[in-house]
Design a protein around this ligand. Structure first.
Ligand SMILES: [Zn+2]
Length: 144
């Protein structure tokens, strides 16, 4: 893709979900808008740094910004739906302290895997995520 000298590359948006980032990128490319996803390899290799790096950045040329907004406006509902699903998984509340910062032990998300790995390294114990129970990250208790 040839580029004009002086074309400014900007970050259109940041995503924490690689699948979503690629979905958006594919959609823009289908509309002949050049774009690329940055930081993904870094994130995949180092999921623990996701927050620090600010997620996966979708880069576009500044001149395409308005067209990107038009094309992606219809995807806002999709993204909101994805966010709503994330929230619903946090609906479980710890019976000991009332915190919503709980995760189910059998989940396979990378986020949980590295938490389990870090905790098991720190505590030198078998990860308690192996038993299928809810774990509270606020008070540290497990419950069914
Ligand atoms: Zn708790």
């Amino acid at each position: 893709m040839a580029t004009e000298p002086g074309d400014k590359i900007i970050t259109y948006a940041s995503y924490y979900d690689p699948m979503l980032a690629h979905l958006i990128r594919t959609k823009l490319e289908d509309n002949d808008i050049p774009c690329f996803v940055a930081d993904e390899n870094f994130l995949t290799a180092n999921p623990i740094y996701n927050q620090a790096a600010g997620g996966i950045k979708l880069k576009i040329f500044e001149r395409d910004l308005e067209r990107c907004k038009e094309i992606l406006a219809e995807d806002d509902a999709l993204i909101e739906q994805a966010n709503a699903e994330d929230l619903s998984s946090d609906a479980v509340i710890c019976p000991y302290c009332g915190s919503t910062d709980v995760r189910y032990g059998s989940a396979t998300e990378k986020k949980i895997n590295w938490v389990a790995a870090v905790l098991s390294m720190c505590l030198a114990i078998f990860p308690f995520f192996a038993n299928k129970a809810w774990h509270c990250f606020n008070c540290g208790k497990d419950f069914e």
